[in-house]
Structures are given as C-alpha cells and as structure tokens.
Design a protein around this ligand. Sequence first.
Ligand SMILES: Cc1cc2nc3c(=O)[nH]c(=O)nc-3n(C[C@H](O)[C@H](O)[C@H](O)COP(=O)(O)O)c2cc1C
Length: 204
Amino acid sequence: MMIALNNQQGLNLSILDAAETWKWLSVQLQVAASSSHASMHLMTVATVDDHGHPDARTVVLRHADPVDRTIRFHSDVRCGKIAAIRRTPQVALHWYLQTLQMQVRIAATATVHHLDATATTAWDASRPMSRACYTPSIAPGDVTSCFPPAPLAPAIDDTTGLAHFAVVVCRFDAFELLALHASGHQRVRVHLDAVPVTWDVLAP
Ligand SMILES: Cc1cc2nc3c(=O)[nH]c(=O)nc-3n(C[C@H](O)[C@H](O)[C@H](O)COP(=O)(O)O)c2cc1C
C-alpha cells in the first residue's frame, strides 16, 4: 500500500481508495491490540442506558479481527456499561489520533461474553495483573467509604475473578474517518459489507 502521509504527517485520503483505507485501519487496530504504545490502544466506548441517556468511557482495545470485523475489550460484568449493552447493544467506538490529526468513529453492535468459551479463553490468556481488576468483591461503581487499595495480582491458578470477567465483542460494517489538513479536511465513510469495499466522501 502506498504510504499516504503528507508533510504534516497526516493521512492523505485523496491518494488512497476505500480498500486501502480499510487496510490501513485494520493494521492500526491490530497493532493497537498488541502494543500499549499504539495510538489506538485506548478507545472510547459510548453506550445508551435504558432511559436513553448516553455515557462514554475509556477502555483498552484487546483484540481486533479485520475478517470478522470485530474489536474486543474486557470488562467487569457488574459494570454499568455491561447492563447498558445487554439492553441496547448498539455502541459507538471513538479515537482521536493526535499525531495524525485524525478522528476514527465506528458504530458497532456489541455482544457480552461471560462464563462462556470466549470469556474463558481470554481469561486464560490474561496476565495476573489484569486478572486482579476482577477479584474485588465490591463492584465497579459501588459507593464506598474510602478509596480501596489496588488489588493484589492473584496466583496464576486463582480463578476468583473469572466470575466477574467479561469479553465484549463489537462487530461493525462501516467506519468513518476525519483527517484534518490545512489544505482541506477529508472525511469518508467506508462501507465494509460491499465487495469491493466502497466509501462515501463526506463534507467535513
Ligand atoms: C486508561 C484507562 C483504561 C481503562 N480500561 C478499561 C477496560 O479495558 N475495561 C473496562 O471495563 N474499564 C476500563 N477503564 C475504566 C472505565 O473507563 C470505566 O471507568 C469503568 O469501566 C466503569 O465504567 P462504567 O461504569 O461506564 O461501566 C479504563 C480507564 C482508563 C482511564
């Protein structure tokens, strides 16, 4: 794929097509899942609760599959976002890539995996420090009388936290990019359910 960085280090969408743009994003997503230094490693997930109220929070991108068009994150099944997703599985994923001056938006449908093969496989692959987040008996968002200390990393065979551990799989068919350029911002919506993939160029 042609490297489309302009002299401001932004991505120049005018010399890419829809397929090349999807290839670029799918590489970024996969790198983000494997490196905490990657610009897309942290993402914002927006949900809607059963009163129609939106909420958004940061999560770690744990896995991306460009073939399935899925992105995964891990969470505590007791969290407010899990209840929201179970009622309303439509979620919005968002990143701002500072160095590229680019916004990425994905509308997805989320599925919660808890105490199933997907959750167990991810649990088995997770490090003790990551598992520690799921061991406290107090649930995320509960009111407490003081700031709780950091939970200790459990022993490798300690499955206490598994009961609280959830994998959220977000599946999508399209994404939107907004690349900021002094010469003119570039906004596209890429449709992945077409073969070959197509895009709409949008007014920024
Ligand atoms: C850098 C960072 C990474 C985070 N990663 C996760 C994560 O991977 N999963 C998660 O459930 N919460 C993560 N959180 C905490 C959430 O942002 C949020 O505070 C928590 O999950 C409760 O959200 P909820 O009440 O909306 O469900 C992270 C927070 C920060 C600041």
